[in-house]
Design a protein around this ligand. Structure first.
Ligand code: N2P
Length: 369
């Protein structure tokens, strides 16, 4: 499966249809919810279970970039009922009037949420009025153990030097480097790597971060935000700057394929970004009632635990933790300990001017011009 742009999940849809026809329910009466989520971000069984429990059909599309989601939301009329922007995008979108307040009376399972996470995301959504956390994670390095060792036997894998030092990147060019195609995921992490404020809006600082990437640009095979999962798993690339759970999914795919590739996730010692992906309902959502039913279902402890177990991301639901596999809950790369948490920064929303200059810098890097 590849994941660029929209993909419609037909599995849940067709199973639902079969069930409904068997029950003799006329199609016109069928309720539905349209969900737009990140790729590789759910166990699809959850969608079929939701339909089984509520009779609501799920139309499920995926994206791999906040910018793509934002363009649809700002244009209006996206047709989606539930969307999943990352915190700093959510904040700007709330201000732009894109979302409706959640009706908490329809979300009894909200009591399962984790106050620690709800407090953190309140910087994006004061009072937690518009959104609840779906998953959260970090941004770091995924690498192929043998391929890196072969080329850089003495370079530690617990530092961003592994990728950001031009002499290292040059040695990894032949085995393949991919980087997220996301300015807001990459540039702030480089600012922190340089010892600067990751939330700096100073043009000079942002240019310094861009220069780090420009120096290794000739060695980067591709900027892409989902292809690196399979590319790492299959040994087509040896390093990716990507998202924690995606890299851990690559590690399990390689393990399952028994293809001889061992993939690791490194949360480098310089520290990195911690981000939160949030469930929200657009103001013009066609199925508001069903959107709430879907979000409430996702806040069931067993349900969201099943998602975390499948995608290797931490969620914002405290009650779910007793249903999460020990190997996930105890993995410091997924549920970081206190010491690691201290090294993680959160990105605050950019104002429109900073966003424009970040986008300009990014386009220049990606297109290599
Ligand atoms: C899931 C990607 C995680 C989303 N494939 C990063 N915000």
């Amino acid at each position: 499966m590849t994941y660029s742009g929209n993909k419609r999940g037909t599995l849940a849809g067709s199973l639902t249809l079969a069930t409904m026809l068997a029950c003799g329910v006329a199609m016109a009466d069928q309720k539905e919810v349209r969900v737009y989520n990140w790729s590789d971000y759910i166990d699809e069984e959850i969608l079929t279970e939701f339909t089984k429990e509520t009779g609501i059909k799920v139309v499920y599309d995926v994206f791999d970039s906040n910018e793509i989601l934002e363009t649809k939301l700002l244009a209006g009329g996206s047709g989606y009922d539930v969307v999943v922007p990352t915190g700093q995008f959510l904040a700007r979108q709330i201000q732009a009037g894109v979302f409706q307040k959640l009706d908490k009376s329809k979300l009894p399972n909200i009591s399962n949420m984790w106050p620690e996470v709800s407090n953190r995301v309140a910087v994006y959504d004061p009072g937690n009025e518009y959104a609840v956390d779906y998953m959260w994670g970090t941004t770091g390095l995924g690498y192929n153990e043998a391929k890196i060792k072969e080329r850089l036997p003495d370079v530690p894998t617990d530092s961003f030097d592994l990728l950001f030092k031009p002499e290292n990147a040059a040695k990894l060019k032949d085995c393949g480097i991919m980087v997220l195609d996301s300015a807001t995921d990459v540039l702030p992490v480089i600012l922190q790597y340089l010892g600067l404020d990751p939330n700096s809006k100073a043009q000079a600082d942002l240019e310094k971060a861009a220069a780090v990437l420009e120096a290794i640009r000739p060695n980067i095979q591709k900027f892409h935000s989902s292809e690196y999962i399979n590319a790492l798993a299959n040994g087509d690339i040896c390093i990716a700057f990507g998202w924690s759970g995606d890299i851990l999914q690559a590690a399990s795919r390689a393990e399952e394929a028994k293809n001889g590739h061992t993939i690791h996730y490194s949360l480098p010692k310089e520290g990195t970004q911690m981000w939160f992906d949030m469930l929200a309902v657009p103001k013009d959502a066609p199925h508001v009632e069903e959107a709430h039913a879907f979000i409430n279902f996702l806040m069931k402890p067993e349900v969201i635990a099943k998602a975390s177990n499948y995608i290797s991301y931490a969620n914002g639901n405290l009650a779910s933790q007793k249903f999460i596999d020990e190997s996930i809950l105890k993995d410091g790369a997924i549920y970081p300990d206190e010491a690691t948490l201290k090294k993680l920064f959160v990105l605050l929303p950019y104002d429109a001017k900073t966003q424009r200059s970040v986008t300009r810098l990014w386009t220049k890097i990606v297109t290599g011009q």
